[in-house]
Design a protein around this ligand. Structure first.
Ligand SMILES: [Zn+2]
Ligand SMILES: [Zn+2]
Length: 373
């Protein structure tokens, strides 16, 4: 006859009471375990938690033994989990929720545990008012981010929107790290104006989860010194990251184009009109080839307006399908984009300056607003 504790006896239905060979008296330690974990979490704000239990080694072997020797399917893991959750909830006054703010994994073998702090996600839009600012961290190629003479000890090739956002955000959330997940990205040398670009800010391991979003906005905008401007809408969930990354919002651009030959206004207008009428076939541009697979994509130009032409310079606005490369639409990228303005005019053209004026879509409908309960 095996020796078991009260709890295990109730569950498996037999055994002599004593030092428990099934759970190693883990049930007796639930309360102290829960208190120890909550102590460790003292500095962390959370409303909800979840817990998982792992069976390894001898406790796992015991389960196999009970099944083989006595035909008992022991539910030790499930039983311990529900008792543990009940105790954590009782002591902390917090609710259990799948994928909660805090996730505790307990190893039933030795009652060791790990605590995972769920990240916080916020939906917002950013405007980028200066050129030569990358969207996400762009490390210096010479020092790999450590800092060297070449990068003026910043560790960066370019300063980024992400750099400007995360520092104030980490201070307010007391997090470990933060990431910007953009809905697409503009070129380093393009500004992002008008509507701004939708993005999700992810804060890893935050001690604070309920920072006032106006306060966050102000902290970031003041710190950015006019380089960027952010607006936050609501707390959201991890699902929003994928949604926003996959979104194919159409975009409106303003481009200053330089023409390498003389072209009159009418001829230019006609050529631009032609770009609206044809589907544009683009091979991956040479300038991004190193990070993207070479393939042909087909995209539409919805409309182009010629705003101004002066000598060999022209200003146009372009409303285009998501994923169209604007610089190559104009230059032709040595025949990799067709038709292109260069091709239609028989004169080399290139984008001198590019601004994104609007990104036509976002998560503002609030479908993915975070609901803590
Ligand atoms: Zn037991
Ligand atoms: Zn460097």
């Amino acid at each position: 006859m095996i020796e078991v504790c009260n709890q295990c006896k109730k569950r498996i239905g037999f055994g002599r009471e004593g030092k428990c060979t099934v759970c190693c008296n883990a049930f007796d330690q639930i309360e102290s375990l829960a208190r120890k974990i909550l102590d460790e979490l003292e500095e962390y704000e959370f409303d909800t938690f979840d817990a998982g239990i792992r069976l390894y080694g001898s406790s796992k072997a015991m389960q196999d033994f009970l099944r083989e020797k006595f035909g008992v399917e022991d539910t030790l893991k499930e039983h311990f989990r529900s008792e543990f959750i009940r105790k954590l909830s009782e002591i902390s006054g917090r609710k259990r929720k799948i994928g909660g703010d805090i996730n505790v994994i307990v190893n039933l073998e030795n009652l060791s545990y790990s605590i995972e702090i769920s990240p916080v996600f916020i939906y917002g839009r950013y405007k980028k008012r200066v050129r030569f600012l990358s969207q996400t961290r762009w490390l210096c190629g010479d020092c790999g981010g450590k800092g060297c003479e070449r990068c003026n000890y910043t560790g960066r090739k370019y300063l980024s929107v992400e750099d400007l956002i995360i520092q104030p955000a980490l201070e307010l959330f007391k997090g470990k790290n933060a990431f910007l997940h953009g809905s697409g990205r503009e070129d380093v040398d393009a500004r992002m104006l008008g509507t701004g670009r939708p993005f999700i800010l992810e804060i890893e391991s935050p001690k604070k989860r309920k920072v006032d979003l106006n306060e966050l906005e102000t902290a970031i905008n003041e710190n950015a010194g006019g380089k960027i401007e952010v607006e936050f809408f609501f707390y959201t969930e991890r699902r929003a990251v994928e949604k926003i990354k996959k979104a194919a919002y159409s975009k409106t651009y303003r481009a200053i184009i330089s023409l390498e030959g003389d072209v009159d206004f009418e001829k230019l207008e006609k050529a631009l009109k032609k770009l609206e009428e044809h589907e544009i076939s683009q091979r991956t541009p040479q300038r991004v080839e190193h990070r993207r697979a070479d393939k042909v994509r087909k995209r539409k130009v919805y409309s182009i307006r010629l705003l101004l032409k002066k000598g060999r310079k022209a200003v146009v606005t372009i409303h285009a399908e998501s994923g169209l490369y604007i610089k190559e639409l104009i230059s032709g990228d040595e025949g990799r984009t067709t038709p292109s303005l260069s091709e239609l005019l028989g004169v080399d053209c290139r984008v001198e300056k590019l601004d994104v004026l609007s990104i036509n879509g976002g998560l503002e409908d609030g479908n993915l607003k975070y609901n803590p309960a």
